[in-house]
Design a protein around this ligand. Structure first.
Ligand SMILES: Nc1ncnc2c1ncn2[C@@H]1O[C@H](COP(=O)(O)OP(=O)(O)OP(=O)(O)O)[C@@H](O)[C@H]1O
Ligand SMILES: [Mg+2]
Ligand SMILES: [Zn+2]
Length: 329
């Protein structure tokens, strides 16, 4: 994974926080049981005693260390069994005084099987995704502020139903999409003219899925593609591999596709993103002003055939930016 060092540091700090949190919980349990159940406290002290015996055995080299160690080990195991029995007798779970881990695989060390643990990689990814999306107005948009009265409910659109009906369907689709988010998951294509709420709903999805704990990157196509270009030509400010981030994040929300400059480099970067994500069964939410023919002309068949497998939402109505201004004046 090519991520800037600062994201590894952020993940380390998060792990430190988790270890601290869990050790505090454990200490509180130890204090609680020592107070309420003196027999538990006694066994705990005996167990602590075996540790200092161990140190003494290691320091004292004259004796047969192996023999002494196995005696000590037996003693230690018996004490642990007694502790568990006693806890159960006191009405507590037998593992009440065991070390507590958020991740059983790496025991919150970040390393399992000699490799970075999946939980650690997930933390690095989330830290990087959070920073990449930090300049976006994700916090300003939500499903609850999506106002359907901006869409006409009197005339049928070329799609059949009224604009309000279609947009109400889009809204509830997006809410359910975010609410049921899981991996693998389907991708979405939001299409329609300017000012119809594509960015509003894609930000709302990004926000809701982030709150569910997934790594989400929201960004506009011009912005993200420019970053990739800079990194490719060696003009980047840090070591982050944006292309790798965009292909591996749980959800990518790529806004304003088609607003970037026309360039072969962008087309091939976009192809890599779409293709890699589809191969990994990771969902992408794309919004664009382009229609399907324009997309095919601009990005070619290989991309448009992949995009055509996405669930499509048509945005209809009149420019809400304009209507909002009129309502305010
Ligand atoms: N249904 C709505 N209720 C409330 N505000 C809305 C609604 N739809 C759009 N808006 C607001 O109107 C402005 C324009 O909407 P938005 O940016 O989502 O449009 P868009 O479809 O992404 O347009 P473009 O194609 O130009 O990017 C934003 O400030 C957005 O929050
Ligand atoms: Mg937009
Ligand atoms: Zn782990």
């Amino acid at each position: 994974m090519g991520f800037d060092k600062k994201y590894y540091t952020a993940a380390e700090n998060e792990l430190n926080g988790i270890r601290l949190k869990n050790s505090r919980i454990l200490s509180a349990r130890e204090r609680e049981t020592d107070e309420k159940f003196p027999e538990v406290g006694k066994i705990r002290r005996e167990l602590a005693g075996t540790t200092s015996k161990l140190l003494r055995i290691i320091a004292d080299r004259d004796h047969d260390i192996k023999e002494q160690l196995s005696v000590l080990e037996r003693e230690n195991l018996q004490l642990q069994d007694r502790l568990k029995e006693t806890l159960v007798r006191c009405g507590l779970p037998s593992n009440y005084l065991d070390p507590i881990y958020d991740c059983a695989l790496c025991r919150d060390t970040g390393v399992s099987d000699g490799k970075l643990c999946a939980c650690f990689k997930e933390k690095v990814k989330k830290a990087a995704a959070a920073e990449l999306s930090s300049s976006s107005p994700m916090q300003l948009c939500g499903f609850d502020t999506f106002d359907l009265t901006y869409y006409d409910d009197t005339e049928a659109t070329p799609l059949g139903a009224t604009a309000r009906k279609i947009m109400a369907r889009n809204l509830s689709f997006c809410e359910e999409y975010a609410g049921n988010f899981r991996l693998p998951y389907e991708s979405l294509l939001m299409r329609g003219k300017t000012g119809l709420g594509k960015t509003h709903l894609s930000l709302s999805i990004a926000k809701a899925v982030t709150e569910k704990g997934y790594s989400v990157i929201y960004g506009s196509a011009p912005d993200l593609l420019r970053r990739i270009e800079k990194e490719h030509f060696g003009n980047a400010a840090d070591d982050t591999d944006t292309l790798e981030l965009l292909t591996s994040t749980d959800l990518l929300v790529l806004d304003d596709l088609g607003a970037e400059f026309e360039s072969k480099f962008y087309v091939s970067a976009f192809y890599n993103i779409i293709n890699d994500r589809m191969n990994r069964s990771l969902p992408t939410v794309i919004s664009t002003n382009l229609d399907l023919a324009e997309m095919e002309k601009r990005y070619g068949e290989r991309i448009s055939s992949r995009i055509s497998t996405m669930k499509m939402l048509m945005f209809v109505g009149s420019d809400v930016r304009f209507l909002k201004k009129r309502r305010q004046s």
